[in-house]
Design a protein around this ligand. Sequence first.
Ligand SMILES: Cc1ncc(COP(=O)(O)O)c(C=O)c1O
Length: 323
Amino acid sequence: MNVHGGSDSGPTPLHDFSTNANPLPPPASLSLALQQADRRRYPDPKYLSLRQHLAAAHGVSEEQVLPTSGGAEAIRRLSLAALLQGLREVWVPAPGFGDYAAAASALGLRVRAYADCAQLLRELGAEALVWICEPCNPTGTSLSSAEIAAIAARAGLCVIDRAYEPLRLQGEAPGIPGNCWQLHCPNKALGHTGVRAAYLLAPNVGALTQRMQQLAASWVLSAEGQTLLMQLHRPEIQAWLADSRAQLRLWTAEQRALLASLSWQQRDSCTPFWLARPDRPLPDLRRSGIKLRDASSFGLPGWVRIATLHPNSQQALLKELQS
Ligand SMILES: Cc1ncc(COP(=O)(O)O)c(C=O)c1O
C-alpha cells in the first residue's frame, strides 16, 4: 500500500498539513454543480462533450483527451500501456510521488530514480518511460523548459504530471514539448480530492493512445467526476484559483516565518507545500488533530512535507509544538 498524505483510517484531522489539496473553501457554484451531477444514469460512455470541452480548452483534438478515474488510475494505466508497447524501464523523480514507482514495479518494469535532470540525461536510454512531476510533489521544485525539452528528446515516452500546476505560486509553467503526454489532476487545486477524476492529453492519436483507450474500463469516470472536469475551465473557477494562489502566497510566507522562528530547516518550493525538517523529534500531533506528512517514504527520515493552511491552523500547530 502506498503511503499518502491527507485522509487516513482515523478521524478527520482538524488541521491537515499533510494534504496538498487547496485549503480554501471551494466556490458555492462548484459544490452545487457536483451535488447536481446526475447519478441516476451512466455518463456518456464516450464522454464526448467532456472531451470536446477539454480539447477546446487545451487547443487539441478530442481524440487526444483521455478521461481517467483520477491521476492514480492514469499512472497505472499508462504504465501498463507503456509495458505493452515494449518499454521496459521507468524513470521516476526522487524524492517523488510514490505511485509512479509502485505502478512500474507492480508490472515488473525496471524502476530507476533520478535526483536531477543532469543525472537523468547522463543515464537515460531511449527505451524508457520518464515521469516528470511539474511542479514536483513533495519538493515543490520545477524544471526549466530547456531541461524538459532535453529529457523529452531522449525518452521513449515522457509524461508530465501537472497535478500541481494550478497551485504554482511562483514562476511560470515551463514549456511542454510536443511529444510529451500530460496528466491533469485538478481535484487537488479544486479542493475535491474525494472526487476521483483526472485526464490525460496525448500528444497525438497514435498506437499508445489507442492502447490507452482499449485498456480503459467502461465509464471510467463517475457522473460527479465528469462534472468536476467540466467545471475546471469556467471563468469563475479560474478566477477563484487565481485568488487562491494570491491568498496562499500570503499564508505560505506567514507559515514559513513561523517555522523559521522554531528553527525548522525548510527547502525552497514554488508550491504551497514543501519539505521541512523540525529541529527536534515531533510530539504526537495526530492525537491533537494535527497531521503532517512524514517524509520517510520519500527517503527523507526526520523530514516532513508540510502544506500551507489558514493562520488559525498555523497557530494551532505552534501551540502544540510549544506545549
Ligand atoms: C503528483 C501527483 N500526481 C497524481 C496524484 C494522484 O491524484 P488523484 O488520483 O487524486 O488525481 C497525486 C496525489 O497525491 C499527486 O501528488
